[in-house]
Design a protein around this ligand. Structure first.
Ligand SMILES: C[S@@+](CC[C@H](N)C(=O)[O-])C[C@H]1O[C@@H](n2cnc3c(N)ncnc32)[C@H](O)[C@@H]1O
Length: 269
């Protein structure tokens, strides 16, 4: 009998799970607005340090960083390899990345404004293809194939592995159910069907964001959740007031995450 596992359509299951989950993909304009807001906020997270500690850069001279954002990883990676190709669909994110690279004297990053679903024929192949926290796609199988097609040596992908993109505390305050989105499970299985045994690791990161005002806090949550009812907003404002406030008057919202880190070698062609 044929291996049943090869016949399950994990990409379709992923699509269903993603559409039902508590967090939906955002447009490039949404990400642009977030880039501006975040560049003003004070963010703390040990994610980049942890991920960079896990990356195998042996023999890697070039990196393709998909969904590079404002350069959290592209900039430190550019100091360790010959060239980083940084791809993102948000012009604002790429602008912030270029400004940060200039400010830090980093000159070996090339930026590409592309979405996952765009034509990537002119995007160069790289020794390492990295997609960190940016696998916001409808077609997971096509995206993984794209990573493979652009990788010379290895691929690395991180996907959210926890129950939500917000703290469970926020859902408790909202009185909303959490519909998790453990997308990495589908990715592991799709890769298996492609004949690839991905290694899976987990990163537990701590961090958070300091907010000047309840308005800023509620706006940030609206970005994640979409519409809020007046009573949800009222409860969130009360929750914000109870957060620990620093001497500068800003409130600190703590945010811990669990990320799945998948690493694999692309099939040889
Ligand atoms: C959470 S940030 C991750 C940034 C960086 N990779 C990191 O881990 O720090 C997600 C990034 O993916 C980008 N992104 C989201 N959906 C995308 C898509 N469909 N095509 C290209 N980029 C996308 C966003 O613009 C954003 O910069």
């Amino acid at each position: 009998m044929k291996d049943l596992l090869t016949r399950i359509d994990f990409a379709a299951l992923y699509r269903r799970q993603a559409r039902a989950s508590s967090f939906q993909a955002r447009s490039s304009a949404d990400w642009g607005r977030r880039a501006v807001a975040r560049s003003r906020g004070e963010k703390t997270s040990d994610y980049a340090r942890q991920l960079l500690g896990h990356l195998d850069l042996a023999g890697v001279q070039t990196v393709l960083d998909i969904g590079c954002g404002s350069g959290n990883l592209a900039i430190p990676l550019a100091r360790r390899v010959r060239r980083v190709h940084a791809l993102d669909f948000s012009a604002e994110m790429l602008r912030l990345l270029r400004a940060a690279a200039r400010a830090e004297g980093v000159r070996n990053i090339r930026t590409y404004r592309r979405a996952w679903a765009d034509d990537w024929r002119r995007i160069p192949r790289a020794d390492l293809v990295l997609c960190s926290r940016a696998m916001a796609v409808d077609d997971l199988r096509a995206a993984l194939s794209k990573m493979n097609a652009h990788a010379r040596r290895r691929c690395c992908l991180t996907m959210h592995a926890g129950p939500t993109f917000l703290s469970t505390e926020v859902y408790r305050v909202l009185r909303r159910p959490i519909i998790p989105r453990p997308g990495y499970i589908y990715a592991v299985n799709i890769l298996y069907q492609m004949g690839i045994r991905a290694r899976v690791d987990f990163l537990h990161t701590t961090g958070g964001l300091a907010y000047d005002s309840a308005d800023q806090f509620v706006e940030g949550l609206r970005w994640r959740l979409g519409r809020l009812t007046p009573s949800e907003e009222k409860r969130l404002r009360a929750y914000f007031q109870a957060l620990p406030h620093g001497a500068d008057g800003r409130a600190f919202y703590r945010h811990d995450f669990e990320w799945a880190l998948l690493a694999w070698e692309p099939p040889s062609r």
